[in-house]
Each structure stands twice: as C-alpha cells, then as structure tokens.
Design a protein around this ligand. Structure first.
Ligand SMILES: Nc1ncnc2c1ncn2[C@@H]1O[C@H](COP(=O)(O)OP(=O)(O)OP(=O)(O)O)[C@@H](O)[C@H]1O
Length: 238
C-alpha cells in the first residue's frame, strides 16, 4: 500500500435519452481508489455498476465529470491513447470471460502480452507463470471449450494480469459461475488482494464483498453507502 491514488472520479455522470425519458445511469459520482485497495461495488440490477466500470476503464465516455488513472485524464483522451491505456495499464475481467475459442489457455494469456509489446519468448514465459499463479499450469494446452466455467474465468484473470495492470476492473466475474467455480474465483481475488493488486469488482455477489477492503453500495446511479472495512487498508496488513 503506497497511499497513492490509482483511480479518481469527480462528478462522473452517464446519462442516456432525453428529457422525456432520461436515464441517469451514473449520477455525479466521486471516487478515489488508493493503490492496493480491493473495492467491491454492489447494487441491484440496473443501478449503474457496469456503466461505472466502463467509464472508469475508458470503455465508454462519460456525459459529464472527469476520470483519472494514475494521474492521466481518461475521459478526454484520444481513442488511440485510450486503447494504449487499456492495453498497458488496465486488466479487464468480464462475466462471459471473452476468451478466444480457437486459442489454448496459454495462447489466450500470451496474446495479451504480445499485444502489449512483449517478445514471443517473454510473453510465453509470463503466460505460463500467470497460468501457474491461477492454478492452471496443467491446463495450458487446453482450449476454453475443454475447461470448466471457473477455469475459464481463471484464464481470463491470468490474461488480465499479463500487462501487470495498475488496476483490475472486473464486471460480475462470478455472474455466470456455479457455487464451486465461484469459490475458485473468490480464492483468487483474495490472493490478488493480499498481493496488493488494486481491484474494482462490480457484483451482485455478497461473497465478493466479504473479500474486499471496501464496499460501495450503489442505487439509481449514485453511491448510497461507502463502507471501508475497519482498518483494512490502514492497519499495515500489506
Ligand atoms: N445504451 C444504453 N441506452 C439507454 N440506457 C442504458 C444503456 N446502457 C445502460 N442503460 C441503462 O442504464 C442503467 C444502468 O445500467 P448498467 O448496465 O450500468 O446497470 P448494472 O447495475 O450494471 O445492471 P446489472 O447488474 O443488471 O448488470 C440501466 O437503467 C440501463 O437500462
């Protein structure tokens, strides 16, 4: 824990429609995520969790407010700079994994490292290291179709880590998993948190909240409760 702020938002807003049918998907949100914090954002369906994550990760441009990632202004960045930022500094994890079906587990992880400019040798080494870290070294040569849901999501998490991201942004990472697979992914998030990886996870799953340092409850696009679990970030645990 360095105390520096990795992600920051001020007055962040995303509105859809017009005055006849206005949806405030994200409504003037302020957020500071310090390095090393594992943050869970929870709330009912449609409250704006995914939209918030997309705005924070530069996947969508806000209709108002500002976002900074490690001091760089995200909301006004060119498309080209945004693509570079996402590739080099952010790890994304999605509910539906987004793995390439025709590539093996190791190739899926390696591809992200290659796209980030690593040499083939280094990319393969890093991909194998990361698969080992998520407990799947023995599944490296398997296609996603030969993996369970929990294993696929662990490959997706390994891929998200391939660029040594400043922050991992995860959107319902256990949303399509059964209970046993959810536990596998939870264990992995717990390990990442202990290792000091900055994490923002949006979820319906209270079990994720249980492994987070901080839980924000969202409703109708706004934060209604911000619970920094007592001492979790400041007790020198890291
Ligand atoms: N492209 C769009 N056009 C209009 N409204 C949209 C659009 N995308 C999202 N919304 C609306 O914005 C609100 C927030 O959606 P969002 O997907 O962020 O919610 P969520 O909390 O992630 O929901 P869930 O948990 O069901 O995934 C919802 O009311 C949704 O209908």
């Amino acid at each position: 824990m360095t105390g520096s702020t990795v992600l920051q938002a001020r007055g962040l807003s995303m509105r859809y429609g017009d005055e006849r049918a206005l949806v405030r998907a994200v409504d003037e949100v302020d957020l500071d995520v310090p390095a090393g914090q594992a943050l869970a954002v929870m709330g009912p369906s449609g409250c704006g969790k995914s939209t918030l994550l997309h705005l924070l990760g530069g996947l969508q441009r806000p209709t108002g407010g500002q976002v900074w990632l490690a001091g760089s202004r995200v909301d006004t960045m060119s498309e080209r700079a945004l693509a570079r930022l996402r590739r080099d500094r952010i790890g994304f994890v999605f509910q539906s994994f987004h793995l390439m079906d025709e590539l093996t587990a190791v190739e899926n992880v390696e591809l992200a490292a290659l796209l980030a400019g690593q040499s083939p040798g280094r990319a393969r080494k890093r991909a194998m290291y990361l698969l080992d870290r998520v407990g799947l070294a023995d599944r490296a040569a398997h296609l996603p179709s030969a993996l369970s849901g929990g294993q696929r999501q662990r490959v997706a998490i390994a891929r998200a880590l391939s660029n040594e991201p400043l922050v991992v942004l995860a959107d319902e990472p256990t949303g399509s998993l059964d209970s046993a697979a959810t536990l596998e992914v939870l264990r992995l998030f717990e390990e990442l948190r202990t290792a000091g990886q900055t994490l923002v996870v949006v979820t319906h799953d209270a079990r994720i909240a249980a492994v987070a340092d901080r839980v924000i409850a969202m409703r109708d696009g706004a934060f209604v409760d911000d619970n920094r679990l007592a001492g979790a970030v400041c007790d020198g645990r890291r």
